[in-house]
Design a protein around this ligand. Sequence first.
Ligand code: C2E
Ligand code: MG
Ligand code: MG
Ligand code: MG
Length: 279
Amino acid sequence: RAKNSGKNRYQIFNNEIYNEMKREYEIEKELTKALERNELYVEFQPKVGLSEKRIIGFEALIRWESAKLGKVSPVEFIPVAEYSRLIVPIGRFVIEETVKKCYELIQHGYDDFNIALNLSEIQLRDSEIVNDFINITNMYGVSPKYVEIEITESLLMKSIDKNIEILVKLKELGFSIVLDDFGTGYSSLNYLTRLPIDVLKIDRSFVNDILESTKSRCIVEKIIELSHNLGIKVVAEGVEEKDQVEYLRSILCDFVQGYYYSKPISFQKAVALMDSLSI
Ligand code: C2E
Ligand code: MG
Ligand code: MG
Ligand code: MG
């Protein structure tokens, strides 16, 4: 009997692995055609300035509506895009969409804003990445000061010195560098001094239980204090409640982002919200 259940477990295990591999294979196969089929698009989530009391910009987040697979979350397809290197052309699409939207906002008379995009380490290591940023911003005549580049600490360690060099180049060109998901990777504090960071984004896992957990409050407070001492601004991500906003305001957090203000939405809706939201 024991032998039987052992065998069953083995089969379940195999089936799970098989299903996962099949799904990944399908995602990769469909993702290859996603760009040319116009299945990819970008949504924008507002970032609110707590002292400005207004929407000070957006984060660009990629979306995929696959003809064959339906809506697929970036949490699922970005890793596939990374190992297949499809992230390079897909990421370039996101850069261009972001710069295009900056151009449109400037055309409509907006000035004091920025749009953040997520950059994978695979893109950072692509030899053309700096040229891509230069060419795309030049093409639209958009100053790099409007564009923020978000990177995550978990992947940076792989080739840290080379990555720092490229980030320094991008910063010298005028782009802002944001350290995303802060607190979830490792060597976090090490990064604060080694990377040319302008903004730090506290991961939503800390923000989640900020009202319930003394420990989370303590950590978030100290991260903000430390960042400010280093000349780094702080965004809290995943803010879902008014009381979280009020607490973050009281400890001098600079910016907040989360469902409390808005989920990621179409650019048109995001701009309308920027015009109408009173905080
Ligand atoms: P991220 O960069 O940390 O983006 C924040 C994620 O948290 C987004 O999920 C956003 O929709 C979600 N979020 C924002 N506010 C709240 C909130 O109040 N509550 C909750 N529960 N969630 C909130 P999304 O859009 O599914 O993206 C997931 C991740 O996929 C991103 O995490 C980022 O790592 C990656 N990603 C998204 N777009 C791109 C892209 O264009 N390029 C790359 N390389 N990665 C991307
Ligand atoms: Mg991000
Ligand atoms: Mg994040
Ligand atoms: Mg992330």
